[in-house]
Design a protein. Structure first.
Length: 317
């Protein structure tokens, strides 16, 4: 086993208010009231590109996120202009606090007794079971209701899903990881370092949030997520070996973990040949190694390194 001792440092974690600055009273009425948007950034040094990239991909679409949902048969309306599918989808798109209990139940029951078209707001959703106060902003317009009509959405529950399956379920907005210690190659000026030979070790991660979770908690949860997914020891018995060639297929996984394992193996065992394939539509990865050493031992060492890295990051957040 090779690999230099690693000193990982997390620093300069900043969180800033991302609320729109408006003075128009009518627009102010539409702004978030409870879940406030924020912008967060921090730096990591002492890691290769696979580490911040895994954080970026995980907080974007590879963490379970909660949202409200209701079934078609739980929707009823006397407004002839209502399209249930669109209204239920709008309901699902409302960001909610991720601390909301999974067994929470809500209900929306409204009647327009006025002579005017009514804008039905998220504030009119009622809690049946769960949190003591509404876990979302109350300023969203769900739909309009014509005079003399009514709408009832029963049994609104909490659903968990991944962003890679449904784009509504995202933990962070537009995350990026930017190398700070290497100048990217510019093909016009012929300056900088080409990506094929660059090995940045200092990064800035930036992302936005819609207020559903504290930015630091998002990163801590992402670290736990990556550590859990990297522990593939239960699959070692399925490794297929042919002389010095070893192949391991991992279902329900992405190149996020495959890239981490590959870079970790190369860091610890530079004489091992390792590559991977991934299928994003069927969601599986295939790790391939060529070595005369025990592939289980190599992978175990790589997994241990990944765990140490992300525990160190989490502890410094």
């Amino acid at each position: 086993m090779s690999g230099k001792p690693e000193k990982i440092v997390v620093s300069d974690f900043k969180v800033t208010d991302a609320m729109p600055k408006v003075t128009n009273p009518e627009i102010q009425k539409l702004l978030p009231t409870r879940l406030k948007p924020q912008f967060a950034s921090f730096q990591i040094s002492g890691v290769d590109a696979s580490v911040p990239n895994a954080i970026r991909r995980t907080i974007l679409c590879e963490m379970l996120v909660k949202a409200m949902t209701a079934e078609f048969h739980d929707f009823s309306s006397t407004d002839p202009f209502h399209k249930p599918k669109e209204i239920l989808h709008r309901l699902e798109m409302i960001p909610i606090l991720q601390s909301t209990p999974k067994d929470s139940v809500f209900e929306l029951k409204v009647t327009n007794t006025t002579p005017h078209r009514m804008h039905v707001k998220s504030s009119q959703i009622q809690i049946v079971r769960g949190p003591k106060e509404l876990p979302f902003n109350e300023t969203f317009t769900l739909f309009t209701l014509e005079p003399g009509t009514k709408c009832h959405i029963r049994n609104i529950k909490i659903k968990e899903a991944y962003g890679y399956d449904e784009g509504t379920y995202v933990m962070a907005l537009a995350p990026t990881s930017i190398a700070l210690d290497v100048e990217p190659y510019n093909p016009y000026t012929k300056t900088g370092v080409r990506s094929s030979v660059a090995n940045p070790q200092k990064w800035r991660i930036e992302f936005g949030t819609n207020g559903i979770m504290d930015p630091k908690d998002i990163i801590r949860l992402a670290c736990d997520n990556i550590i859990e997914r990297a522990h593939i020891e239960n699959l070692f018995e399925s490794i297929k070996s042919n002389n010095s060639i070893h192949v391991l297929r991992i279902e329900n996984e992405s190149s996020t973990i495959a890239n981490l394992i590959q870079r970790s193996v190369l860091h610890l065992f530079p004489n091992v040949d390792i590559t991977y394939d991934h299928n994003s539509s069927e969601r599986y990865i295939v790790i391939k190694m060529r070595t005369d050493e025990d592939p289980k031992k190599i992978l175990s060492e790589a997994i241990g390194r990944i765990e140490r890295i992300y525990k160190t990051i989490k502890d410094q957040i």
